[in-house]
Design a protein around this ligand. Structure first.
Ligand code: NDP
Length: 252
């Protein structure tokens, strides 16, 4: 048997695929041959990513999805099933932050982050598992967590709790559906260069990079490579793990 990273013939849904890390993941899955469903609340940006994948010769479509809204999640997965009759890969990437020190953190801020970053993963994984189990698909679920969920970060108790929750969820679900050939893994990015990090002053950037063994911020493509691997046949014997893509910022 040869090692294969090809996703030819697979249908993959990426939540939050309309920008940032999710956009890179969607494009990388498309380049590997998957038909990519680019899902986000803002359909215009999702459509632009789908068009960019198609322009490179890939297959993609945009889909409106709010991972925090059970009715929206149910409708989105129904639409995918209706059109494709299956789902092979789910990437739970949609995520938000709403930082604040504990004494100032509102219950609203706590609830908002948990609803998107943790409950959203539950809702989408449940819908994906329904399809994969019913159709006997040896599917892949890949959850984007964060090193913050593994090592903590002051000012992000809500986000760290949600992301650590995703790691526990990943391990439990991997045990639950592994016997049906479905793998469930997490990817934990470290500091990834983004519009947010671009805005930091040089001293702050230097301090961040100083903590990273590989001496640079990560890129969205660094994360996308890990996701393509976990989604592919090459990772058929990997489940319940959390792949740390932090350049050595965190070494567990
Ligand atoms: P961005 O803020 O750049 O993008 C977030 C994406 O998620 C957008 O496409 C957004 O689209 C979508 N989204 C947000 N809320 C929802 C929702 N309720 N339903 C559906 N889609 C939603 O994020 P990043 O690329 O920076 O981060 C992506 C993931 O990686 C997140 O889970 C994040 O926690 C994680 N991560 C990021 C790191 C970083 O350094 N950037 C480091 C470690 C982890 P729309 O608003 O239109 O819905």
């Amino acid at each position: 048997m040869t090692v294969s990273f090809s996703l030819e013939g697979k249908v993959a849904l990426v939540t939050g695929g309309s920008q940032g890390i999710g956009e890179s993941i969607a494009k990388a899955l498309g380049a590997a041959g998957a038909h990519v469903v680019v899902a986000a609340r803002g359909e215009e940006k999702a459509a632009a990513v789908a068009q960019a994948i198609a322009a490179e010769g890939g297959k993609a479509q945009a889909l409106r999805l709010d991972v925090g809204d059970p009715a929206s999640v149910s409708a989105a997965f129904k639409a995918v099933l209706l059109e494709h009759g299956k789902l092979d890969v789910l990437v739970n990437n949609a995520g938000i932050t709403d930082d604040g020190l504990i004494l100032r953190m509102s219950k609203e801020s706590w609830d908002k982050v948990i609803a998107t970053d943790l409950t959203g993963v539950f809702l989408c994984s449940q819908e994906a598992a329904k399809v994969m189990l019913k159709k006997r698909i040896p599917g892949r679920i890949v959850n984007i967590t964060s090193v913050v969920g593994l090592m903590g970060n002051a000012g992000q108790t809500n986000y760290a709790a949600a992301k650590a929750g995703v790691v526990g969820f990943t391990k439990a679900l991997a045990r639950e559906i592994g016997s049906r050939g479905i793998t469930v893994n997490a990817v934990a990015p470290g500091y990834i260069a983004s519009s947010m990090t671009e805005g930091l002053d040089e001293d702050h950037k230097k301090a961040l990079v100083g903590q990273i063994v590989l001496g640079r911020l990560g890129t969205a493509d660094d994360v996308a490579g890990a996701v393509v691997y976990l989604a592919s046949d090459a990772a058929a014997y990997v489940t319940g793990t959390c792949l740390n893509v932090s350049g050595g910022l965190y070494i567990g």
